[in-house]
Design a protein around this ligand. Structure first.
Ligand SMILES: *Cc1c(COP(=O)(O)O)cnc(C)c1O
Length: 495
């Protein structure tokens, strides 16, 4: 028998088996060093480049090229990436990018993503260092926002998924039936969730995915400061109870996406407790203000939430993607997602002797997204991230002051944190025409490469919107934005 097996043995490389590893590691090393040098230059000189530029036709057609079936030298592949991809970025690492809402990344985080990919670990679970580090980052985030150490949490792809995780636990806890076993059709009274009319669209999608439907998310009017009207919320809950609904969950905003408004978290938390309703906070924008010494008071009460979504790829500037869901009751969290499959049983020793992280969310395979948060926090310390948040809020206040001092501009909403809503105003121009002028200003700022800002409509009125989640912005940049907005506005309105 043994003899037969020996006859089947083929030594090492003699079999002609293929691998993705290089034939010459030294050549790979030289190219890799060049890529790192280029990357450092790319980031160092970002200010010298336009924020954004549109792709010429020949670059667009590059993305129609056929499936490569045979090899090309890696150096040639890299050249194609440099020319066609690296040259046309979204621009959110640029000091004058303030569109929508996103962080501006950092080099250490990029190194971490590289190392994570090199190690290649799967954080679905297992007894290995990356899994422990992932849990440590969740613990640090709990501490940063004032959640108890006993709470549980999970890193996910971003805020949308983090909110979905929180709302799923809320639904399962409040449904009154075993939703996982019997489905939403078994729920006795229709569940109601509540949020202000400023709530992010991911909550609508979450309610749809949860099988409750968009109408189960009742929008409560917001006040002049774009905060949820708590009296209207209480009235809606009473009305729903009387009509036979089951009020299940209140979603409070710690920083709305339109204007940065922060709901009255303490009052809403009190009401949720009195009414025995799940208290979820969407803190994708503002949860981390808890570490900013000058502004932390604004999110007082956030640590009381039953569940909280936050987004390290926003104000911690982690490279995309990383979000985090925190759940106060760890057993409710586990009960919402755990399934022990016969092929994923834990053992007392060895590789499977650990908590399965996939039992706290929807993914099975999970990437090592924790490392980019961990390395940047270790390098800079949490206090510096807190100061950077304060800095962005102070910059938004500075921009607000510039707008107030400029007769051709007006604020469209009060500035609370780092989001400024404003518009160019032209005498005797009605709303439609004003929207066209402001949209044109926004597009020219983008196309000229000066600044990337976005627009929105708040309480029925169109405006330009600047969201400063950017550790590279200087006040000079905001001064330039105001000058250029006025110049373009005059040019467009005059023509
Ligand atoms: C960004 C954001 C989200 C969605 O988070 P993603 O990371 O983009 O998935 C949800 N809510 C608010 C308030 C946000 O600002």
């Amino acid at each position: 028998m043994e003899h037969e097996m020996d006859a089947l043995h083929r030594p090492g490389a003699a079999t002609g088996e293929e691998t993705l590893d290089p034939t010459d590691w030294a050549v790979l090393g030289a190219l890799s060093h060049r890529i790192v040098d280029d990357a450092i230059g790319f980031l160092r000189d970002v200010r010298e480049r336009p924020v954004w530029r549109d792709m010429p036709a020949e670059v667009r057609t590059f993305f129609d090229t056929a499936l490569p079936r045979s090899p090309a030298p890696l150096g040639e592949v890299y050249r194609q990436v440099t020319e066609n991809v690296m040259s046309y970025p979204m621009g959110n690492i640029h000091p004058r990018f303030w569109s929508w809402y996103m962080g501006s990344s950092n080099f250490t985080g990029a190194l971490a993503d590289f190392l994570a990919a090199i190690q290649g670990s799967n954080l679905g679970g297992g007894n290995h260092a990356a899994a422990l580090l992932d849990a440590q980052v969740v613990n640090w985030l709990k501490e940063m926002v004032g959640f108890p150490a006993s709470a549980s949490g999970t890193l996910v792809s971003g805020g949308s998924m983090a909110n979905l995780i929180g709302l799923t636990v809320a639904r399962n806890v409040k449904a009154g039936v075993d939703v996982r076993e019997h489905g939403v059709a078994a729920i006795d009274k229709p569940l109601r969730f509540y949020a202000s009319d400023q709530v992010h669209s991911c909550h609508r999608k979450a309610l749809e995915e949860l099988g409750l439907g968009n109408r189960a998310l009742r929008r409560i009017p917001s006040d002049a400061g774009f905060r949820m009207d708590v009296a209207a919320l209480a009235a809606a809950i009473a009305q729903d109870r009387a009509a036979g609904f089951l009020p299940a969950c209140i979603i409070a905003n710690a920083g709305t996406v339109n204007t940065g408004a922060i709901d009255d978290l303490s009052a809403i938390g009190d009401l949720a407790a009195e009414e025995d309703i799940w208290f979820h906070v969407d803190g994708c924008i503002g949860a981390l203000i808890a570490i900013a010494p000058e502004n932390a008071l604004r999110v007082d009460g956030i640590g009381r939430a039953d569940s909280l979504a936050l987004d390290p790829h926003k104000w911690l500037h982690a490279p995309f993607e990383v979000g985090c869901a925190l759940i106060r009751d760890p057993s409710a969290h586990h009960a919402a997602f755990a399934v022990t499959s016969e092929y994923l049983e834990a053992t007392s020793r060895g590789l499977a002797a650990a908590a399965w992280l996939h039992e706290y969310g929807l993914q099975t395979t999970r990437g090592f997204r924790a490392l980019k948060v961990w390395m940047a926090l270790k390098e800079h310390g949490a206090e510096k991230f807190g100061r950077l948040i304060d800095q962005n809020i102070a910059q938004a206040r500075y921009l607000t002051t510039l707008i107030e001092a400029e007769p051709l501009l007006e604020l469209a909403a009060p500035t609370t944190i780092n989001i400024v809503c404003f518009r160019y105003r032209a005498k005797g121009v009605e709303a439609e025409a004003l929207k066209a002028i402001n949209t044109e200003i926004m597009l020219r700022l983008q196309e000229e490469g000066t600044a990337a800002i976005s627009d929105t409509t708040v309480h029925g009125e169109h405006c330009l919107r600047v969201a400063i989640t950017n550790h590279r912005t200087h006040r000079d940049d905001l001064f330039l934005l105001v000058e250029e907005t006025v110049r373009l506005g005059n040019e467009i309105a005059g023509s």
